[in-house]
Design a protein around this ligand. Structure first.
Ligand code: FES
Ligand code: FES
Length: 163
C-alpha cells in the first residue's frame, strides 16, 4: 500500500491543479512539481518559513503539510499578490524599505504578512514580530521587514478609507 497513489485537486491561485500523489508527498513538492517554484524550499523541515503559503486564509508551511491535506482547499502563493505592473502594497513596501536583499525568504515573509494583515489589518510592531517569528532571514536583520509590513498596513488602510 505504501506505493499507492491518490488523486487530488488543489485550488492554487484560483486554478484547479490536479495530480496523483503518494500519501507522504508534501504540499511544497506538489506545488514545485506543478511549476509553482515561487514557493521556496529552504530547510524542508518546518524551521525557516521560506515555503509559507496561505491555505484557507491562514499562513501554512507547505513543507510540513501533505499534499493530501490540501485536497479541495484554496492555496495562495506569492504570485497571487501582485504583478510587475501592479505590485501589492506589501511588495511595494518591501522594496521601499529594502526588506528584500537576496530575496530567498521574501515569498514566505510576504505570505505570512498577507495572512496577518487579512486577519489583523493594523497590527502592532509586536504583533508583526510575533507573526513573522517562524520566518528566517539571513540578510536584513528583520527591522526593515517589520517596517515594511507596518507601512503596508497603513497604505492598505488608507486605500480602503478612500474607497
Ligand atoms: S522549507 Fe518549510 S519551513 Fe523551511
Ligand atoms: S533577504 Fe536574504 S534571506 Fe532574507
Amino acid at each position: 500500500m505504501e506505493n499507492q497513489l491518490y488523486e487530488l485537486t488543489v485550488y492554487v491561485n484560483d486554478k484547479a491543479v490536479r495530480g496523483k500523489v503518494r500519501a507522504e508527498k508534501t504540499l511544497l513538492d506538489f506545488l514545485r512539481e506543478h511549476n509553482f517554484t515561487e514557493v521556496k524550499k529552504g530547510c524542508d523541515n518546518g524551521d525557516c518559513g521560506a515555503c509559507t503559503v496561505i491555505m484557507d486564509g491562514l499562513a501554512a508551511l507547505s513543507c510540513s503539510t501533505t499534499a493530501l491535506q490540501a485536497e479541495g482547499r484554496r492555496v495562495y502563493t506569492v504570485k497571487s499578490l501582485g504583478s510587475w505592473e501592479k505590485l501589492h502594497p506589501l511588495q511595494e513596501a518591501f522594496v521601499k524599505h529594502e526588506a528584500v536583499q537576496c530575496g530567498f525568504c521574501s515569498p514566505g515573509f510576504l505570505m505570512t504578512a498577507k495572512a496577518l494583515l487579512d486577519n489583523n489589518p493594523m497590527p502592532s510592531r509586536n504583533e508583526i514580530r510575533d507573526a513573522i517569528s517562524g520566518n528566517l532571514c539571513r540578510c536584513t536583520g528583520y527591522v526593515k521587514i517589520v517596517d515594511a509590513i507596518e507601512d503596508a498596513a497603513s497604505a492598505i488602510e488608507e486605500v480602503s478609507r478612500e474607497a
